[in-house]
Design a protein around this ligand. Structure first.
Ligand code: PGA
Length: 255
């Protein structure tokens, strides 16, 4: 049975004070059971982790190094992330792939680093607009899955969260329709099933990201293969993000 997860991706937004205020507001929220993950700026992660009082709210980083340690100025290793007791890290986000030129192989190396340190990767994939227009959506997603998850054990794969984020929907206000999103989620679920078997595949969450907000969350999260959202813009304002958590909470409680 899927449980909806609500993940935020703050990207390079919020000052230290704003970030702490958000966590303080979250601490005030009456109790809920939905799992919430917040991808915060690395610089604040320790303070936010310490300030967070909600057991089911998890702090995540947004990126990590493909190397384990050493002379890599400016990089943050998976081991460092694990040493803060941070349990999740976004990896392979399309902004990293397109702006910083991250390849599937580099993303795979980062996924492995995270798994070796017991940090759960939130592994992002998705096609660009031109790839969709050329009818390449499924082949791109399949390539990203195959290369991004190469040489992982079944146990490794069982610790991954996948986020399907069509690049044309990220930050554009254009959301994939529930049919467009569900189609790729079903394809991904099927890929995982064929490769790793049904029992394992049925436990891997596949989140949707790309202009997901309080208006479309209900219809998206209600799709059979959509396990929640990885939310950028709509995760920045507490009240908006809270509304999305409340939608997920209702679905998780069967209402
Ligand atoms: P968006 O970003 O919700 O602002 O489209 C999603 C993401 O990039 O993770």
């Amino acid at each position: 049975m899927k449980k909806i997860i609500v993940a935020g991706n703050w990207k390079m937004n919020k000052t230290y004070l704003e970030a702490k205020q958000f966590i303080a507001q979250m601490n005030q929220k009456s109790s809920f059971g939905t799992e919430v993950i917040l991808g915060v700026p690395a610089l604040y992660s320790d303070t936010l982790y310490a300030n967070n009082q909600k057991e089911n709210v998890h702090i995540a980083l947004q990126n990590c190094s493909d190397q384990s340690e050493g002379a890599f100025t400016g990089e943050i290793s998976a081991r460092m992330i694990a040493s803060l007791a941070v349990k999740y890290c976004i990896v392979g986000h399309s902004e990293r792939r397109t702006i910083y030129g991250e390849t599937d192989d580099l993303v795979n190396a980062k996924v492995k680093q995270l798994l070796d340190s017991n940090v759960r990767p939130i592994f992002c994939l998705g096609e660009t607009l031109s790839e969709r227009e050329l009818d390449q959506t499924f082949s791109i997603v399949e390539r990203q899955l195959t290369l991004g998850l190469q040489d992982l054990s079944n146990e490794d794969v069982s610790n991954i969260v996948i986020a399907y984020e069509p690049v044309w929907a990220i930050g554009t206000g254009i959301t994939a329709s529930k049919e467009q999103a569900e189609e790729v989620h079903a394809f991904t679920a099927n890929y995982l099933k064929e490769k790793y078997g049904s029992p394992l595949a049925s436990t891997i969450p596949i989140l949707y990201g790309g202009s997901c907000n309080e208006k479309n969350a209900l219809e998206l999260f209600s799709q059979p293969n959509i396990w929640g959202g990885l939310i950028g813009g709509a995760s920045l304002q507490f009240e908006v993000f809270e509304n999305i958590i409340d939608i997920a909470e209702k679905l998780n409680n069967g209402r």
